[in-house]
Design a binder for this molecule. Structure first.
Ligand SMILES: *[C@@H]1O[C@H](CO)[C@@H](O)[C@H](O)[C@H]1NC(C)=O
Length: 286
């Protein structure tokens, strides 16, 4: 009970802290000036999931509109679609301006094995990134039409991203981080061996800078979840103590407003700390 109460208290903190400066476009059809670089590409918005070039991705497909989308990309031979992130900001639905491009490698019809719960089991490779210029067509759950966007698909060009990064300094910064993690009592840390094996090669295969991006993203997730647990433990002890003093140990939930001033201050302090730490974490990854 207390645990879910604390989660409720902390939820706004995390959602605010994680509002990162990714640029978004309105999720609505637009007319755009097409040029030779811009193509029409099937679009499968997948919430907050981000894939990076070289990554293998498996998806289970059951919705009619996406079954149709797979039929389309197979028949037409392109085998490609994009998976932008979607968010709601000020009540408006948005999609991220950049989206990973997935290439369908294998499709298995599993409808008979899954009682038609899942139609296709599909494996993909993320082959690049697309810059979305606008939405061509939206789709509705339950319907046959899939969403399409106007986008510039970057498969080879995008791999040159690492030219912009000073790789020598990246490894030395990473070494500094790992050393610090081992000097302090950091609960999530990289091994010292990983300094020499840190993947910084060009391209999109294993050992590329992109796999380091994935490593970093797993690190951040682990870090944020440890932080959350740590903070819950601290607050839990304080709130339980407060309830005990009131002789109400069995209370199932308590409103923030009903906490004594001192405890409110503690909660706000902790909120501030989480926001700053998570923001640092997010800002560094841009
Ligand atoms: C396949 O369809 C997409 C639109 O979904 C289109 O942009 C592309 O040119 C088509 N490719 C072929 C080979 O017909």
């Amino acid at each position: 009970m207390i645990k879910s109460l604390l989660l409720l208290l902390l939820l706004p903190v995390f959602s605010r802290a994680l509002t990162s400066p990714i640029s978004y476009l309105p999720l609505e059809p637009t007319t755009i000036n097409t040029n030779t670089k811009i193509t029409i590409i099937p679009t499968f918005p997948l919430g907050s999931t981000v894939y990076t070039p070289g990554e293998s991705v498996t998806l289970s497909i059951f919705e009619p509109r996406y079954r149709k989308m797979y039929d389309h990309i197979l028949l037409n031979g392109s085998r490609r679609f994009i998976v932008p992130q979607t968010v709601v900001q000020n009540g408006k639905k948005l999609i991220s301006e950049y989206a990973p491009v997935l290439y369908l490698e294998e499709l298995k019809d599993v409808s008979s094995k899954t009682d038609d719960q899942v139609k296709y089991l599909c494996s993909h490779k993320c082959v690049g990134i697309a810059k979305i210029a606008g939405v061509k067509r939206l789709s509705q759950p339950g319907m046959d039409e899939w969403m399409e966007s106007y986008a510039e698909v970057l498969e080879e060009e995008v791999i040159g991203v690492e030219d912009a990064v000073d790789l020598t300094s990246l490894r030395s910064h990473y070494k500094k981080l790992v050393d610090l993690q081992h000097e302090t009592t950091s609960s999530v840390r990289f091994t010292k061996d990983s300094v020499s094996t840190l993947a910084l090669s060009p391209g999109k295969d294993e050992g590329s800078l992109w796999s380091t991006c994935r490593l970093w993203s797993r690190f951040k997730e682990q870090y944020a979840s440890n932080l959350e647990r740590e903070i819950q433990e601290i607050l839990q002890v304080k709130i339980l103590e407060h309830l005990k003093n009131l002789g109400k140990e069995n209370t199932a939930s308590i409103n923030f407003e009903n906490l004594p001033e001192g405890l409110k201050k503690d909660v706000l302090e902790v909120e501030k700390r989480v926001r700053e730490e998570v923001r640092n974490c997010v800002a560094r990854s841009e």
